[in-house]
Design a protein around this ligand. Structure first.
Ligand code: GDP
Length: 437
C-alpha cells in the first residue's frame, strides 16, 4: 500500500476514536490533533490542515448524527469526507481513441509513466502506440523503446534526430490506425523558455486531447507551484503523481494539486508497468483509512470472473467441477495477491483478523493446487468422483506432490462445492468464499 506512514497514523487516530468511551469535545479535539500531526508529517500545507481541522470540529460537534449511524461512525464519516475533499475530485481520462501528450521535468518519471499508461489502455482492450519526442535526454529513446517492446506496445522514435516536431508528425502518420497515441516529450531541470517553446511546437502539431503533467511525489506541496506554472505556460488537463510508494511527502503532493486549477488523473505506485492506478479520491482515502473498499473488490472480482466465463448458475445448482475451481483460482490470482484482496475488505471485517503468515499459506496452497490440477485429465477435472486411490497416486507423481496433498485438494474442492450450493441470489459472495478459504 502506498503512503503506509500516513495511512497508519490516520488509522491510529480512527482507532482511538473507535475505542473512546463517548464522543465529546475533548475526544474530537484529540482526534483532530492526531490527524493534524499525520498530515503535516506528510507535507500537507499548514493552512489546508488548519482549515480542515476547523471543519471537522465544527461538523462533528454541531451536525446532527444521521439516522442509523452512531456518533462514532458520524465522526469517522466526517473525517473521511474532509480528507477526500482536500485531495480534489480527480480527472477522468475516458477509455476512447485519443491523443495524449506527456509533459514534465526531467526525472519526474515521465518516460516510465508513458509506458505504464500504454499498458493501462492495453489492459482495457484499446490499442496504444507510443511516440518518443524526448530528443533532449540521452538514453530516453532506448529506455522507452525497451519498455514498449516488453509490453508489446507499438513504438515510434528516431534515435539521434533532434527534430522532435518532425518525429511527432511522422509518428502520428504511422500510427493513424491506433486507438491511443501517447507522446512522450522532453523535460528540463526547470520550466525554461526553450522547454516551453518545444512543448508549444509539439502541441501545435499533435493537437492532443489530453496534456498530462507528470510530477514526482517527493516534491510534496511544491506540486502546486509546478502544476500552476505548467498550466499557465502551456495548459494541462490533468496530473500524474509518481513515486507515491517511495516518499513520506505523498500527502503534500496529492493535496497541493487540488489547490490549483487542475486535478489528478493517475498515481504511480512502483517501478513496474502495472504500478499505475487511476486516481479515485474516495477509494484512495477509504483504503488509506483502512476502511476497506468493497466496491473495488467487487468490481475487480467481476472483471476477472467475466473473462473466465464461470457458469455461476450451474455452479450454484451444485455443478462445481474441479475445472470451475481452477478457473476461479485463476480469477482470484488475477485480482492480485491475497493480502491486497484482504486489505480491501472493511475494517473490523476479515481484513483485520488475518495474521500476516496466513496470507502466505493461502497463496502457496493455491499455487500448489493449481500445479496438481495441471496433472489431471480433462475427464478428472470435470468429474472428480472418478479420482480413486490409483489415480491419486498418478496425479501426485505427475505433479511432484504427495498423495496427501492431492487428497487435501479434493477435500477442499468438496468444501468449495458446498459453499457454492449455499449461495443465493446469483451474486458472487466474495466474503463467504474468503471465509471458507
Ligand atoms: P523521466 O526523466 O521523467 O523520463 O523519468 P524516468 O521515467 O526515467 O524515471 C526516473 C526514475 O523514477 C526511474 O528510475 C523510474 O524507474 C522511477 N520511477 C518512475 N515512476 C515511479 C514510481 O511510481 N515509483 C517508483 N518507485 N519509481 C518510479
Amino acid at each position: 500500500m502506498v503512503m503506509d506512514k500516513l495511512g497508519s497514523s490516520l488509522q491510529d487516530a480512527i482507532k482511538k476514536l473507535v475505542s473512546s468511551g463517548r464522543i465529546d469535545e475533548k475526544t474530537v479535539n484529540d482526534v483532530v490533533k492526531d490527524i493534524q500531526r499525520a498530515l503535516l508529517q506528510s507535507d500537507v500545507n499548514v493552512k489546508m490542515v488548519m482549515t480542515m481541522s476547523k471543519h471537522i470540529k465544527e461538523r462533528a460537534l454541531k451536525e446532527e448524527v444521521p439516522k442509523g449511524m452512531n456518533p462514532r461512525e458520524h465522526v469517522i464519516r466526517i473525517v473521511y469526507q474532509e480528507l477526500t475533499s482536500i485531495i480534489g475530485k480527480g480527472t477522468d481520462i475516458p477509455l476512447k481513441p485519443q491523443k495524449i501528450m506527456m509533459i514534465g521535468l526531467q526525472g519526474s518519471g515521465k518516460t516510465t509513466t508513458t509506458s505504464k499508461l500504454a499498458r493501462y489502455f492495453q489492459k482495457k482492450g484499446l490499442r496504444p502506440a507510443v511516440i518518443c519526442a524526448d530528443t533532449f535526454r540521452p538514453g530516453a529513446y532506448q529506455q522507452l523503446k525497451t519498455l514498449c517492446e516488453r509490453l508489446n506496445v507499438a513504438f515510434y522514435g528516431e534515435e539521434g534526430n533532434e527534430d522532435a516536431v518532425g518525429i511527432v508528425k511522422r509518428g502520428l502518420k504511422e500510427f493513424e490506425k491506433y486507438d491511443i497515441k501517447i507522446i512522450d516529450t522532453a523535460g528540463r531541470h526547470a520550466l525554461e523558455k526553450d522547454l516551453i517553446k518545444e512543448m508549444e511546437d509539439i502541441h501545435a502539431i499533435c493537437d492532443p486531447d489530453y496534456k498530462l503533467l507528470v510530477l514526482d511525489a517527493a516534491i510534496g506541496q511544491q506540486a502546486s507551484e509546478q502544476a500552476r506554472a505548467f498550466n499557465e505556460s502551456i495548459g494541462i488537463s490533468g496530473v500524474i503523481i509518481t513515486k507515491l510508494d517511495g516518499t513520506a511527502k505523498g500527502g503534500g503532493a496529492l493535496s497541493a494539486v487540488s489547490e490549483t486549477n487542475s486535478s489528478i488523473a493517475f498515481i504511480g505506485t512502483g517501478e513496474t508497468p502495472e504500478d499505475l492506478e487511476k486516481f479515485e479520491p474516495d477509494r484512495f482515502i477509504s483504503r488509506l483509512l483502512g476502511m476497506g473498499d468493497i466496491k473495488t473488490l467487487l468490481e475487480k472480482a467481476e472483471e476477472s470472473l467475466d473473462k473466465d466465463e464461470l457458469d455461476m448458475e450451474a455452479m450454484m445448482k451444485g455443478r462445481f467441477t474441479l475445472k470451475d475451481m481452477y478457473k476461479q483460482m485463476e480469477a482470484l490470482n488475477k485480482m492480485g495477491p491475497m493480502k491486497q484482496i484482504m486489505q480491501m475488505l472493511p475494517l473490523g471485517g476479515l481484513g483485520a483478523k488475518i495474521p500476516e503468515d496466513a496470507y502466505q499459506v493461502t497463496g502457496d496452497k493455491l499455487t500448489r493446487y493449481r500445479i496438481i490440477m495441471d496433472s489431471m485429465t480433462e475427464e478428472e477435472m470435470l468429474n472428480p468422483r472418478l479420482i480413486g486411490s490409483s489415480r491419486i497416486k498418478r496425479i501426485s507423481r505427475g505433479s511432484g506432490n504427495s498423495p496427501e496433498d492431492v487428497r487435501e485438494l479434493l477435500k477442499y474442492h468438496k468444501m468449495m462445492q458446498n459453499a457454492m450450493k449455499g449461495m443465493r441470489g446469483g451474486k458472487f459472495n466474495m466474503q463467504k468464499i474468503m471465509k471458507k478459504m
